[in-house]
Write a protein that binds this ligand. Sequence first.
Ligand SMILES: Cc1cc2nc3c(=O)[nH]c(=O)nc-3n(C[C@H](O)[C@H](O)[C@H](O)COP(=O)(O)O)c2cc1C
Ligand SMILES: CC(C)CC(=O)C(=O)O
Length: 359
Amino acid sequence: MTGTTLSEYESRARELLPGPVWDFLAGGSGTESAVSAGRAALDRVRLRPRVLVDVSACDTRCSLLGAPLAAPVGIAPMAYHRLVHPEGEVATARAAGDTGALFTVSMFASRTLEDIAAAATGPLWLQLYWLRRREQLTGLIRRAEDAGYRALVLTVDAPRVAHRPRDARNGFAVPAGIRAVNVDASVMSASHGGTAGESAVARHSREQFDPSITWADLAWIRERTALPLVLKGILTGEDALLAVEHGVDGIVVSNHGGRQLDCAIPAADALPEIAEAVADRCRIILDGSIRHGTDIAKALCLGAHAVFVGRPALWGLAHSGSEGVSAVLRGLSNEFDEAMALMGAVRVEDFDRSGIVHH
Ligand SMILES: Cc1cc2nc3c(=O)[nH]c(=O)nc-3n(C[C@H](O)[C@H](O)[C@H](O)COP(=O)(O)O)c2cc1C
Ligand SMILES: CC(C)CC(=O)C(=O)O
């Protein structure tokens, strides 16, 4: 990481960002115990290295739903990158391209899908929340197709945005001048109406998200696009099985970085039962608390094909724009490369359950 450690990026971002923005990034729902539990779950997993394997040519590359990646790493969808850097998602897209990572753009991105695509040299996916106003979704799907996005990620763990005490206390509102530019202004006017005790983001999301959707509604998206469909926010084997039965192409095992159901099981703890239920019938991505190359190795051993990184990308962006995001991603990839060599893994597919033990 060019001499700067990930925790230094985090500290610097904290110094640079206004308090309420930092709290929006760092915070979780309710007791925030699901944030720390995500880290603790990964720490409980220990690696079992194999030795005297020829690791002179470890290969970190892989492909995910047809997208070639330099390492099994993508950037998780996160709203409003302009909160932390004026270039916002355009800078993030450049960094993802430079480092061979996938970038999943949030529906609530603060730069247009087209500007992001113009800056990107690597694969882009688009994340959607299911809005009451379905015509907004239809428009976004069409624009994503036209701009070359390669998959849709439907976030299913947020029928409503959870109560996040820090944002409520701060009366958090997205500063004027930063907007979810890809949706109708009336859909996400999160810069208006934050008052002490109530977050504007939470209020507007609650007004606009459709909490009535079910598995049957997935057909509505399928009818409108041939893009691969990924569901984000699966935490049980039961739902993973339903996802497979409904023909999804991938799932993101995630507790939303501890920002949705308080006390939700950490993604790393949920992964084994999900991998077993899926039995290789769709791609599995893990997110939450991925901070080290060894975390990527652990996720692969537990049954994931790739990981998403959330907050660290925003720390890099706040620190030094595109270069900061690149440095964070490159640091993780370099650490993963080292983990491969020291684990005796030559290819990404070499990781399996024999590589770990739980404490
Ligand atoms: C500031 C912020 C904004 C987020 N916005 C979205 C979003 O728009 N859509 C979504 O599906 N997930 C969103 N998430 C959740 C992330 O995609 C991801 O699940 C989580 O951050 C992963 O955990 P990590 O930050 O510990 O790596 C957001 C997370 C953060 C921190
Ligand atoms: C616009 C928000 C609902 C995005 C967010 O903070 C999240 O999904 O965690």
